[in-house]
Design a protein around this ligand. Structure first.
Ligand code: NAD
Length: 484
């Protein structure tokens, strides 16, 4: 085992819970990297107590002082980027350039949190002679973030910097598949001056998540993961009267029009479906090819078939994921889909036990096939044919998900039509991965997000704070009116 057994962090101290463990694998080789404890409700309780103890001092520290920690944290993320991205590659499998981009994105998220004092300045107005109304934002209290396997460094940083900048104390529950990056996040925040108890980490699986949803000491829960679990967490947390924002899975549709720029479209669509081995909630999953687009598909096939697993595409997260993705492809082929590029037999020399699948493109898939409807979460793109943009939009709208959608076209009118009619929270025009960058916020629609607000950017401020509305009057001489 390259790394010692993973520990929780409670009140600034790393501790080993008395708990059974799971092996943590390197997806590129199948080797065991470490072991992660499956903590219990007792460990969540201890984390909540530590966060509650830190809350009075942290929440009353002026926000301009709180974000000084985050300025230093951002610099530490940048200074340690080689080591942090290598760790992401080890535990998640993504290739070096993708892991580096992930850590840079964490720095950008932190940069936004540093700017929060300029944004959350409150409001004040004289509403009647001598009577003043003001609104100030207060932290919610002890909050929690539950994160998935696909961005071990970035997704925790979707929630941590904003939540703590706004005065909350937090409990992070990382994915048990990728628990290693969380320790470095905590260590760097401590080095940056974050007081003990402001951020705890409790490792584990379902039991920890359920305890977070149930613990009366936790006021708000952010969740990122599959739709199935997002629904469980949203229902359970809100039934316990907590606020909850739960981001779920995705099935992103890219509509390609015949007038689209061939080279840009082909390279962008392939990059979107194959980047991070297709394990991004923003990945292209269905391409709706409108009328005469064979020339673009032919170029996509050239680009995708040149990609080398192990160099240009990392492994998927687990042997189970690889088997599930392969099963989807096998079933689609058996159901009549044409295989344009086949990544099923990818082997990486010296890494024969890694969970590799090469980029795979299937054409003439029909909207009723499972592979066209369900989240595959691998480097697989299915092409569904449509006669016109209206039919393409109808196919996109029929999906229960609604994270992202894009259109590739040179026509402003068609782009506008798709922007207006796509049933998705994030829409791109000639962009394969339409992630809104700070200060714009990230969040989907429909079964891709449960709850109000977004998880990053300005949209997260409402979630991590509560507004206090204050009305004052000092002029006794004004007499009595309906506000008295
Ligand atoms: P997952 O839902 O399996 O796990 C997410 C978290 O939930 C983990 O911390 C896990 O321990 C916990 N969990 C798993 N099963 C649980 C259960 N039965 N009860 C309570 N908790 C449980 O997701 P994953 O496989 O780690 O991540 C991939 C998924 O995340 C994909 O569906 C992807 O689309 C989605 N995702 C969405 C976004 C977004 O912004 N919408 C971003 C990243 C990932």
């Amino acid at each position: 085992m390259k790394y010692a057994e993973v520990q929780n962090c409670i009140g600034g101290a790393f501790v080993s819970p008395n708990a059974p463990t799971l092996d943590v694998y390197d997806p590129s080789s199948g080797a065991v990297l470490s072991r992660v404890p499956l903590s219990s409700a007792r460990d969540v309780d201890a984390a909540v107590s530590a966060a509650q103890a830190a809350f009075p001092a942290w929440s009353t520290t002026p926000i301009k002082e709180r974000v000084q920690v985050l300025y230093r944290y951002k610099a530490l993320l940048e200074r340690n980027i080689d080591e942090l991205s290598a760790l992401v590659t080890e535990e998640n499998g993504k290739i070096a350039s993708e892991a580096r981009a992930e850590v840079l994105k964490s720095a950008e998220l932190t940069e936004f949190a540093c700017s929060l004092p300029q944004i959350v300045t409150g409001e004040v107005l004289e509403v009647s002679r001598g009577v003043e109304c003001r609104v100030e934002r207060f932290p919610v209290g002890v909050v929690a973030a539950i994160t998935p396997f696909n961005f071990p460094n970035m997704v925790p940083n979707w929630s941590i910097p904003n939540a703590i900048a706004l005065g909350n104390c937090m409990i992070l529950k990382p994915s048990e598949l990728v628990p290693l990056s969380a320790r470095r996040i905590v260590e760097l925040l401590a080095e940056a001056g974050l007081p003990p108890g402001v951020l705890q980490v409790v490792h584990g699986g379902r039991e920890v998540v359920e305890a977070i949803c149930d613990d009366p000491g936790i006021a708000a829960v952010s969740f990122v993961g599959s739709t199935r679990v997002a629904q469980i967490v949203y229902r359970r947390a809100t039934s316990n009267l907590k606020r909850c924002l739960a981001l779920g899975g995705a099935k992103n549709h890219l509509i390609v029009m015949p007038d689209a720029d061939r080279e840009m479209t082909a390279t962008n669509v392939v990059a979107s479906m194959s980047g991070c081995a297709g394990q991004r909630c923003m990945a292209a999953s269905v391409m709706v090819a409108v009328s005469a687009t064979d020339h673009i598909i032919a170029r996509m096939a050239e680009v995708a078939s040149k990609m080398v697993p192990g160099k240009d595409v990392g492994p998927v997260i687990s042997a189970e994921s690889k088997a599930r993705i392969t099963r989807y492809i096998d079933e689609a082929v058996a159901g009549g889909a044409t295989i344009v590029v086949d990544g099923r037999n990818a082997v990486v020399k010296g890494r024969e036990d890694g969970y590799y699948i090469g980029p795979t493109i299937l054409d003439h898939v029909t909207p009723d096939m499972a592979i066209a409807q369900e989240e595959v979460f691998g480097p697989v793109l299915v092409i569904v044919r449509a006669k016109n943009v209206e039919e393409a939009i109808a196919i996109e709208n029929a999906s229960p998900y609604g994270n992202a959608a894009s259109v590739f076209t040179e026509s402003g009118g068609i782009a506008k039509y798709v922007m207006e009619h796509a049933s998705a929270g994030m829409v791109g025009v000639n962009v394969g991965v339409p992630v809104p960058r700070e200060p714009f916020s990230f969040g989907g629609w429909n079964d891709s997000k449960f709850g109000v607000g977004d998880i990053t950017g300005r949209g997260s401020i409402e979630f991590w704070t509560q507004a206090k509305k204050m009305t004052t009057k000092w002029n006794k001489e004004a007499g009595v009116n309906w506000m008295s």
